[in-house]
Design a protein around this ligand. Structure first.
Ligand code: KG4
Ligand code: ZN
Length: 343
């Protein structure tokens, strides 16, 4: 397919997506914006675990080692010839600059070598598309709750590419709170899944942690909750970690679900979409689905593997961007603090 602006993007368009913004090296092939033909994610969690967080230099080096084999594997798993690929999409931000550059350089090189369009994707926008990969029947307006390691946002998605910011965290992101509390409790890294697992054997009502700003607008605050956990554990050194994990998780989920529900009503949303790594949380999924059922709206929960960083969502978002805006010029760079465009 030639890199011409009149290019038709339709259900037969096969997009290869590349994601290297943080600590997952991921490549996927998605047909027509929705149909995941292959999705390979190589996580670097083990490489960063000893440090209790992502080390940028280690992440970029690992992406360099892993990206070519992951690209090759995604093509083999898809069972297609590389000449069948119509476009290459890649995360251009936000993320770690050294990590982003590995993916962006590879994507541009492939676009030149295969003579297909390149499309730069905003990682946050891609998280918004993760749910639609598994349920293409989404009807606008939607209330998207985007909860990851770096962001906590409620977004009204009025149409493809048309977003209004409803609320966001004024301090820590929800995932960051999970990671910090898990580290404090020595539950391991990454913190979200560790707290989720520990909470299963704990009592969520053991400790009543504060629900900051619960009845106060659409913004969030999680740093006070983390401090409350630390203070409580220092005062009660014999408390069970499972009870603390369960009570902390219940406080976060209570705030997220209460606010999402209220915002969905205010915007007249047909449903609530969860996105971002924290959307993998068992309690959040259960409570959000229950709330949507009660309110008679849809609850769209991507599978856990689609909530955390992956390249299928990049290819899907790339397909939509390609359709609306056409290819991205090859002189575009990686932007570590790239923002979503809000109306
Ligand atoms: O979206 P993501 O994979 O990367 C970013 O773009 O940030 O999100 C990672 C975040 C981490 O903070 C991780 O602890 C959290 O998502 N997370 C979870 C769970 N799985 C991942 N938080 C709560 N419960 C989980 N099951
Ligand atoms: Zn992410």
């Amino acid at each position: 397919m030639s890199d011409d602006p009149g290019l038709t993007i339709d259900e037969t368009t096969l997009v290869l997506g590349i994601e290297t913004s943080c600590d997952e090296t991921a490549v996927a092939l998605v047909l027509g914006g929705y149909d995941v033909v292959s999705s390979v994610v190589s996580t670097q969690v083990d490489l960063h675990a000893d440090f209790g967080g992502v080390v940028p230099e280690i992440a970029s080096r690992a992406h360099l080692d892993l990206l070519n084999p992951v690209i090759a594997r995604s093509i083999v798993e898809a069972g297609v010839d590389e000449q069948r690929i119509d476009a290459v999409a890649c995360t251009v931000g936000p993320g770690l600059i050294g990590a982003l550059l590995v993916g962006v350089s590879a994507a541009k090189a492939l676009s030149l070598a295969w003579e297909v369009p390149f499309v730069g994707v905003n990682h946050m926008e891609a998280h918004l598309y993760a749910a639609s990969l598994e349920d293409p029947t989404l009807e606008f307006p939607l209330l998207v709750m985007l909860v990851s390691g770096g962001h906590t946002m409620m977004i009204e998605m009025q149409d493809h590419g048309r977003y209004r910011l409803v609320g966001q965290t004024i301090d820590d992101a929800a995932g960051e709170a999970f990671d910090k509390v898990a580290r404090f409790l020595d539950l391991g890294y990454p913190g979200g899944p560790a707290i989720d697992a520990a909470a299963l054997s704990g009592d969520a009502e053991a400790i009543r942690f504060p629900r900051a700003m619960l009845d106060d607008g659409d913004n969030f605050s999680f740093s006070g909750l983390k401090t409350s956990v630390v203070n409580y554990v220092r005062k009660h050194p014999d408390v069970s970690s499972a009870d603390v994990a369960a009570s902390f998780q219940a406080a976060v989920v209570d705030v997220l679900v209460t606010k999402a529900r209220r915002a969905a009503k205010a915007v007249g949303a047909t449903g609530i979409v969860l996105g971002g790594g924290v959307a993998a949380n068992s309690l959040l999924r259960e409570q959000l689905l229950g709330a949507c059922e009660e309110d008679g709206i849809q609850g769209f929960l991507p599978s856990r593997s689609m909530c955390t960083d992956n390249a299928a969502m990049i290819a899907a978002a790339g397909w939509h961007r390609l359709r609306s805006d056409g290819p991205t010029p090859l002189d575009v760079g990686a932007t570590p603090n790239l923002r979503l465009d809000f109306i």
